[in-house]
Structures are given as structure tokens and as C-alpha cells.
Design a protein around this ligand. Structure first.
Ligand code: ADP
Ligand code: MG
Length: 248
């Protein structure tokens, strides 16, 4: 029996007359890297938003670690260890990297006492270690806004790791990043998966990146699941080529 962390069954979500997600069913296996691809507007970000509780779904079920989460809030879902990053970075440009790391922790389960102890030694050490992990240790006292876009993405990734997520959803992590930084980011994502055991779900337009990273890939088109399979299967699937890959 496979060990799924996220189980999505029959999920639909419309905005007014637009059916952004239609009857989508898919599973994310524990400890694996799952890719989500598809043309612009095919519903990838909407599905991410539904999974992390950003908006209510119209129909279907979303389970995380066996529990129904589709009625929970973003905070409740985050505390269970399911987090996402955004297409647009969400860092505080005027604060330095360390402080961005430290304020990113409220997603994790903590009581009032922990709030006061947020800047405690262990937390600070973890922030420094994770900044070193993404290659930003030397820049830890610089304003986050002074970093390059790619470095800001790395910081955002490190901020998500501060919460020690069980699963992390990444929406176009390499978008807009200088090609020289992309390999470094891919390497960090793979290591977060293999060394920290974090289950990853990645929306990615760069086919070289996603084919190289993912254990399994799902392809959406027009809000529906078009195909699922290994990178090899997906690469040669005629429906995927017609709907998406042909344009790449
Ligand atoms: P993708 O991430 O694959 O590019 P999205 O999930 O962002 O696709 O969008 C899927 C469809 O849903 C698009 O037609 C988009 O315009 C629509 N959509 C997404 N979010 C909203 C929203 N908040 N309000 C209205 N329409 C939306
Ligand atoms: Mg999107």
C-alpha cells in the first residue's frame, strides 16, 4: 500500500462562472517530490490555495495525514505541517534576513510563552543554520529588500523551513530567477526532500527542472486533471504534448 500524505478527491472550485478546478483527484506520496504542470490558467494555483485552506472548496475532499482539512483555516492547516510558498515572494524588505526568519515562525504550533521566547537561542541558531543551508548566511544582517530576486526566493524557502513543514507546496519556485541561481535552488529543494524528509509539491514551468526533480507529475488543463505519471510517461503523453508541452 502506498503511503499518501495528501489525498485529494473530487475537488471543484469556481470563481463566479469560471470553473478553476473541476473534479480533481490526486494523491501526494510521503517523502516524494510531486510535480504539478499545465498551461497558464489551468488551475494549479487555485488547487494549491484550496489545499492550504486559502478559500473554501465547492465540492470534494482534501485529506492531510488521513484527516479532512478542507474546512480548516490556513493557520490550522499550517500548524499541522502543511505550508505553501507563493508565486510572488512574501518577505519584509525593510527587515534583515535573520528577522524575516524569526517572524516566519508563528505558523508553527506555539503558546504565549513561546511567543515571548521567539528570539531564543535555539530559534536564532536554527535561523542561522537554515540561512547557511540556502547560501545566505553571509547576508543575514542585510535588508531582505536588498537581495536579488533569486536570493529573496531562497530566503522565502528558508523561512518556510523554519516551520519544519511535513509537506511544502512551492508555486513556481524558479520563476524569474537568474539561471545561475536556479541550479542552487533545485539542489536545496532536493536536499530538503532527501535530508529533511519534507514532502514537496512543485508547480513548475521549467520542464528541465520538473522532469529532473519529480517522482510523479500531474498535468492540469482547463481546470481538470489531464494526465498523471512518471516524468517519462508524462513527457511522451500525447494529450500533455498537445495541451502543454508542444508550446515549450
Ligand atoms: P494557474 O495557476 O494554473 O495559472 P489559476 O489557478 O491561477 O491557474 O487560475 C485558474 C483560473 O481561475 C483562471 O481562469 C483564473 O483567471 C481563475 N481565477 C483564479 N483565481 C481567481 C480569483 N480569485 N477570482 C476569479 N478568478 C480566479
Ligand atoms: Mg499559478
Amino acid at each position: 500500500m502506498s503511503d499518501s500524505v495528501i489525498e485529494i478527491a473530487g475537488v471543484s472550485k469556481s470563481f463566479g462562472g469560471v470553473a478553476a478546478n473541476r473534479d480533481i483527484s490526486l494523491t501526494v506520496e510521503r517523502g516524494k517530490i510531486t510535480g504539478l504542470i499545465g498551461p497558464n490558467g489551468s488551475g494549479k494555483t487555485t488547487l494549491f490555495n484550496s489545499i492550504v485552506g486559502y478559500h473554501p472548496i465547492d465540492a470534494g475532499s482534501i485529506r492531510f495525514e488521513g484527516c479532512e482539512i478542507s474546512k480548516l483555516t490556513v493557520q490550522q492547516i499550517a500548524r499541522r505541517g502543511l505550508l505553501r510558498t507563493f508565486q510572488q515572494t512574501r518577505i519584509y524588505g525593510r527587515m534583515n534576513c535573520i528577522d524575516n526568519m524569526l517572524i516566519s515562525v508563528p505558523h508553527r504550533k506555539m503558546g504565549l510563552l513561546d511567543m515571548f521566547a521567539r528570539h531564543s537561542r535555539p530559534e536564532l541558531e536554527k535561523a542561522e543554520q537554515l540561512l547557511a543551508f540556502v547560501g545566505l548566511y553571509e547576508k543575514r544582517f542585510l535588508r531582505a529588500g536588498s537581495l536579488s530576486f533569486g536570493q529573496q526566493k531562497l530566503l522565502e524557502f528558508a523561512m518556510a523551513l523554519m516551520n519544519e513543514p511535513a509537506a511544502l507546496l512551492l508555486d513556481e519556485p524558479t520563476a524569474g530567477i537568474n539561471p545561475t541561481l536556479i541550479n542552487g535552488l533545485i539542489d536545496r529543494l532536493k536536499r530538503a526532500n532527501s535530508e529533511f524528509g519534507i514532502t514537496l509539491v512543485i508547480v513548475e514551468h521549467n520542464m528541465r527542472v520538473i522532469m529532473n526533480m519529480a517522482d510523479k507529475i500531474y498535468c492540469l488543463a482547463h481546470g481538470q486533471l489531464l494526465a498523471a505519471g512518471t516524468p517519462e510517461t508524462i513527457r511522451s503523453d500525447q494529450r500533455v504534448i498537445d495541451a502543454y508541452l508542444g508550446a515549450h
